[in-house]
Design a protein around this ligand. Structure first.
Ligand code: UD1
Length: 351
């Protein structure tokens, strides 16, 4: 059963807590008074993130943070984590997330993302912990019939194995609750997370050539890449370029805190969109980032990228109504914080 508790009496396990969204969420939870256990195998993150988290939150809150360098697939190690700390709730971020790579490595993606979730929920069950927030994605809506997307909008076939893993894990967690109604499942469907911590100490640190728009634009701004490649200008959108609902990573972090608070003492399966409700085109992003970094960023129009949709943006009224959560940062803030992070850390966490 989900037991209602105050943050200071609640221990939250955050898998993938050293990653981009995970690290910002851990900061938010520590600042809210939670005890936090981070499990991350650092396969796509740096241990330096843990130090940065501690710097941001200060010594008193940092004392409530425990970090284990552990793969969530490692059942014995995960059992030991649950044996060592009384875990009340879990936020599950850990997973592979590169769309293109998932197409060439489907076995690895299904094995890791589905496998680690199954291991996690089994270990949770064995330890009487049945409260989980899952890091899902607007990718489950596929090519939308109508906008904005509400939580009732139909799920559509994914266009890549990464998307399918999000799709399938949502189903796994839903089935878990059907089998045992004591489970308390929250599926958070993120739109496009960008930005960075306003301190400039944490941000997105992609390895190699960035797949996503914002990190690519930031690398053009810092001079690492020559120009932005705009994937198509013949979409059915006002300026012909793709439109997405970009959301500041710190707003996503408060969304997780709101969900933890909301799920306190409940059971069930609930879905929330986390976005801003506003669509922004690729050209608008380039313009906003140019303003933030103080120079015009060069770009060229390239062919469409397979699998991309014209536009998507969220209806976030459910999160507001139910959890009292709204995104407060706008595109200008997101580009400013992203540039602040990129300019202070040109090589990410590697210094
Ligand atoms: C992508 C994934 C989505 C995943 C999300 C995670 C696809 C099809 N979707 O979303 O499943 O949950 O990342 O953050 O890959 N663009 C350019 N030039 C670039 C990169 C992107 O013009 O160099 C355009 C794209 O065509 C799109 C927009 O920018 O219109 C955003 O792209 P991106 O940042 O990759 O996010 P999504 O594709 O929306």
């Amino acid at each position: 059963m989900s037991e209602a508790k105050d943050p200071q009496d609640t221990c939250v396990l955050v898998t993938g807590g050293a990653g981009f969204i995970g690290s910002h969420t851990v900061v938010e939870l520590l600042q809210d008074g939670y005890k936090v256990v981070v499990v991350d195998d650092l396969s796509n993150a740096s241990e330096r993130v843990i130090d940065r988290i501690k710097t941001i939150v200060g010594d008193a809150a940092a004392a409530r943070l425990t970090f284990y360098r552990t793969d969530v697939n490692d059942r014995e190690a995960m059992s030991a984590v649950f044996d060592g700390d009384h875990i009340d709730r879990v936020i599950h971020f850990a997973g592979f997330k590169a769309v293109g790579e998932s197409v060439s490595k489907p076995i690895e993606y299904y094995a890791n993302n589905l496998g680690n979730t199954l291991t996690l929920v089994d270990v949770m069950r064995n330890h009487g912990c049945k409260d989980i927030i899952f890091s899902s994605s607007a990718t489950v809506y596929g090519d939308p019939d109508s906008l904005p997307l509400t939580e009732e909008s139909p799920k559509k076939p994914a266009t890549n194995p990464y998307g399918w893993t999000k799709w399938m894990i949502e189903q796994v967690l839903t089935d878990l609750h059907t089998a045992d109604p004591a489970w308390n499942v929250v599926l958070l469907r993120y739109f496009n997370p960008i930005g960075a911590h306003p301190s400039g100490l944490m941000g997105e640190d992609p390895k190699g050539i960035p797949n996503n728009l914002l990190p690519y634009v930031a690398q053009v701004a810092i001079g690492k890449r020559a120009c932005v490649h705009v994937f198509g200008n013949d979409y059915d959108t006002p300026d012909g370029t793709g439109v997405r609902d970009y959301i500041h990573v710190c707003d996503l972090a408060t969304g997780h805190a709101a969900a933890l608070n909301w799920m306190n003492g409940r059971t069930g399966v609930e879905i929330f969109n986390l976005g801003t409700g506003r669509g922004t085109s690729v050209l608008e992003i380039i313009k906003a980032f140019s303003l933030a970094c103080g120079k015009d960023l060069p770009y060229q129009i390239d062919p469409r990228r397979p699998g991309d949709v014209d536009a998507n943006y969220a209806d976030c009224s459910k999160a507001k109504r139910e959890m009292g959560w709204v995104a407060k940062y706008d595109i200008g803030d997101m580009c400013r914080d992203s540039w602040n992070w990129q300019s202070k850390n040109p090589n990410g966490y590697e210094g």
